[in-house]
Design a protein around this ligand. Structure first.
Ligand code: NAD
Length: 296
């Protein structure tokens, strides 16, 4: 079997176009422009790139982008004061604090100071609890993007066996909750899992979120399974820098029914879902119907 490639780049462009459409409608019919505030503390180069591209795409879909760049030495009190201001600003519907934060700042405290209704990353403890109990919440962007691609490919996921490799709070755990919400039978595998190859071989859906280059070889993949590769790993091969996933793409593509490439799979969906979440937060804040197909 040669796998169908799930084109995350094209899918993300479709999601952004859908968001842009809804934003235009909101402006025209309700006079509302959704706004996303992104807070960056310090000068981490990767974070700077992410924040820049988030800002650019926010503006491209017609939303307002508010960037707050703070000094690496910013005190916790000053950061909390800024978040409080954004929480109370009616023009701001989504707030994202770029992680990681400098070591002197308490990440949990900072994230939990964001108004849960504006927490477009879905990391606030209230949103984690709401998702875990199957209630309406803000859903972390990367797993939401994975879910959208899976629903688009399969229609219903009901009754499918899903294995999520990785149990982080930002990908693995919320991914498992979302798959459970769509009635999959879910296994969460992690660094202590026994017989990982056997666990993965049972799965109709494999979501790999580990951060280890090409650790899942093709012979772990059940014939016809759908493989979602969240991993983004920078490696050097043949003297060149290369991005690879957590799955060995070449061998997995020979057995899978469908697979996401790296780059061009899950990656582009993350920012698209951030924009979708900002739109959802804006609709909820204004008691308007939520955009269809852009939420969990
Ligand atoms: P993390 O380091 O927080 O978690 C990794 C998880 O993998 C842990 O739960 C650990 O138990 C598990 N693990 C480690 N070694 C293992 C092994 N040998 N076998 C099985 N499980 C093992 O990582 P994260 O933040 O969840 O990110 C995972 C990967 O996804 C990284 O490559 C990251 O760059 C990528 N990522 C991509 C996006 C995106 O937008 N595409 C977003 C977030 C993270």
């Amino acid at each position: 079997m040669v796998a169908q490639v799930i084109d995350g780049k094209a899918f993300a462009a479709k999601v952004r176009a859908q968001v842009a459409n809804q934003v235009a409608k909101l402006k025209e019919e309700n006079g509302i422009t959704p706004g996303l505030a992104v807070v960056l503390v310090g000068e981490d180069p990767a974070s700077q790139v992410y924040v820049r591209s988030k800002g650019k795409m926010t503006v491209e879909v017609g939303m307002n982008s508010y960037e707050h760049k703070l000094d690496a030495e910013t005190s916790e009190d000053d950061l909390l004061a800024l978040i409080d201001k954004l929480n109370n600003d009616p023009a701001v519907h989504g707030i994202l604090v770029q992680l990681p934060l400098p070591k002197h700042l308490n990440e949990d405290l900072v994230i939990n100071s964001i108004d849960p209704a504006k927490d477009v990353d879905g990391f606030h403890i209230s949103n984690v609890g709401l998702l875990g109990t199957g209630q309406k919440s803000m859903v972390p962007c990367t797993p939401l993007g994975c879910l959208m691609m899976l629903r688009d490919h399969h229609g219903s996921l009901s009754g499918m066996d899903a294995v999520v490799i990785g149990r982080s709070n930002i990908v693995g755990k919320p991914m498992a909750q979302l798959l459970l919400g769509d009635s999959c039978t879910v296994t969460i595998a992690h660094s202590r899992t026994k017989d990982l190859p056997d666990v993965v071989r049972r799965a109709d859906i494999v979501v790999a979120a580990v951060g280890r280059p090409e650790m899942v070889p093709g012979d772990w993949i059940k014939e016809g399974a759908t493989v979602i590769d969240v991993g983004i790993n920078r490696i050097e091969r043949d003297g060149k820098n290369k991005l690879v996933g957590d799955v060995d793409y070449a061998s997995a593509a020979e057995r899978a029914g469908a697979i996401t490439p790296v780059p061009g799979g899950v990656g582009p969906m993350t920012i698209a879902c951030l924009l979708a979440n900002t739109l959802t937060a804006c609709c909820r804040a204004n008691d308007l119907p939520e955009p269809e197909g852009l939420t969990a």
